[in-house]
Design a protein around this ligand. Structure first.
Ligand code: GLU
Ligand code: ZN
Length: 494
């Protein structure tokens, strides 16, 4: 049989970087080996279940372009792929485990467990169920049944020996049975299974061959092996993936910045960049290659290139990848991607506004080189759509010059504006060089006041293109306004 892997998220929160890394690795592993990638929804924790999380999951996978071979949406031979629709199977196998002596009913009330916890805390013991109901007599059980207490079913973890399994990445792992959490619940009193039971049963019946999942599940693994043994099944090959850390060596979390994929999408990250970068967290193809398309990863991904040490999520690096993929877009594609952002900041109502198309084409071309994320467009091009509220002389006057010199530069430029608007960009650049030289200042200092006057900021799209797009009228007006401000400045100080 071929390789079958699964992504098995619990819909309790938004999809985050760690989650989609697991999804991608499973997906790429399946593709590269001609296997199958299954999507299974682990929604048996009814208290934490969230409809919004489920929608986010489907949206995110669609956005990444990851299509499962079998899933709730697509169906498949081993469905249902939603655990809440499979409760009968879990109940049946929990019952069988009781019958075969591997599990037992526990009638302990929340109250009793709470008291036990308090006592263990007082005695400075680790918390754990004390296996009380493992040894109930027939008559005690009958009594409880008559009181119609709803029991849970617990797994008997052996008291002796050890549980050993092999992790593809981490090698042989063994744990003393006595150190495995004592007798975990398999079936809750609401008759929903716990994660452990449902996860093991589904992986078995869905013929999963490899389990690639986050390292946070490693501690549960011995328990799962005990469960496989109790059921008389062979466990799949495990491979716990290297942790995803923030730059301070701690597990990536909100403290480091955005972690939800949705936030990255809103900021204007492209799926190409997220896929490429996220695939390099804890995996590499060789020591040097950095760029991979999704199609390439579908061929090149291999487990033997996983790293044992944690991967660091570097926001700057992701941004850099994103800039790269933005520049890979054709201007037409990029324009389409930018329009929703321009609409959102109310610069335009829609791309269908008369005369908008060419203007948007030019804005796109002008900003392409400077965009790191699509939402950067707002700060880059706002000056085309809005008037500049305030100018601060200290922003306009270059460090080594004074107000009078700055006025002189701006007046010079103003007197050459008809050339600026009639000549090619190359010619204008030459002109500026000549004028800067004549004024005895560097080209940078020559252009700076102009840039601030016209764009309101000292970072902007290429200035000559910006002027041309803004038009001679607005350019003239803004330069004049700034000159007046500087003149006031001179007379106030003089
Ligand atoms: N439902 C678990 C999760 O949310 C699945 C863990 C596993 O892959 O076994 O991550
Ligand atoms: Zn009990």
């Amino acid at each position: 049989m071929g390789i079958r892997v699964r992504y098995a998220p619990s819909p309790t929160g938004l999809q985050h970087i760690g989650g989609i890394r697991t999804a991608l690795f499973n997906y790429f592993f399946a593709k590269s080996r001609g296997g199958e990638f299954i999507l299974r929804i682990e929604d048996t924790d009814r208290e934490r279940y969230s409809e919004a999380a489920l929608t986010d999951l489907y949206d995110t996978l669609k956005w990444l372009g990851i299509e499962a071979d079998e899933s709730p949406e697509k169906g498949g031979e081993y469905g249902s792929y939603v655990q809440s629709e499979r409760t009968e199977i879990y109940r049946e196998y929990a019952r069988r485990l009781v019958e075969s002596g591997h599990a037992y009913y526990c009638y302990c009330s929340q109250d009793r467990l709470e008291k036990l916890r308090e006592k263990q805390k007082k005695d400075k013991q680790d918390f754990g169920y004390n296996r009380r109901c493992r040894t109930l007599s027939e008559s005690e059980i009958e009594e409880y049944q008559q009181e119609s207490i709803k029991p849970v079913i617990r797994l008997k973890i052996p008291l002796e020996g050890e549980t050993v399994f092999n992790d593809y990445l981490l090698g042989e792992i063994s744990k003393k049975n006595i150190d495995i959490s004592p007798d975990p619940v398999l079936l809750k009193s609401d008759k929903y299974p716990t994660y452990h039971l449902a996860n093991v049963i589904d992986d078995h019946f869905m013929n999963i061959t490899h389990i690639l999942r986050a390292q946070e599940w490693l501690p549960s693994c011995p328990l799962h092996i005990v469960l496989y043994n109790a059921l008389g099944w062979k466990a799949p090959q495990y491979c716990h993936l290297p942790m995803v850390m923030g730059d301070n060596g701690q597990k990536l979390s909100k403290r480091h910045g955005a972690t939800a994929v949705k936030e990255f999408i809103e900021q204007g990250y492209l799926p190409e960049a997220i896929i490429n970068y996220v695939s390099l967290i804890g995996w590499s193809y060789d020591d040097s290659r950095e760029f991979f398309t999704k199609q390439e990863l579908e061929k090149l991904f291999t487990l033997d290139k996983l790293s044992k040490s944690p991967g660091v999520f570097d926001y700057k690096k992701l941004e850099w990848f994103n800039g790269h993929y933005i520049r890979q877009k054709s201007n037409e594609e990029l324009k389409e991607l930018l329009i929703p952002y321009l609409v959102k900041c109310e610069f335009i109502e829609s791309e269908t506004m008369p005369g908008m198309t060419t203007f948007l084409d030019e804005i796109t071309a002008l900003s392409k080189e400077r965009l790191k994320v699509l939402s950067d467009i707002k700060d880059l091009v706002w000056f085309f759509f809005r008037e500049i509220d305030t100018y601060f002389p200290e922003d306009i006057i270059p460090k080594k010059l004074d107000a009078a010199k700055t006025i002189e530069i701006l007046e010079t430029i103003k007197s050459h504006l008809s050339d600026v608007f009639s000549k090619s960009e190359d010619k204008v650049e030459e002109l500026f060089k000549t004028l800067a030289e004549a004024a005895g200042v560097t080209l940078g200092n020559f252009i700076m006041p102009l840039r601030v006057a016209v764009t309101g900021s000292n970072v902007s799209p290429p200035i000559i293109g910006s002027l041309k797009l803004l038009g001679i009228e607005k350019t003239t007006a803004r330069i004049e306004r700034v000159v007046n401000i500087l003149k006031d400045e001179v007379s106030n100080n003089g």
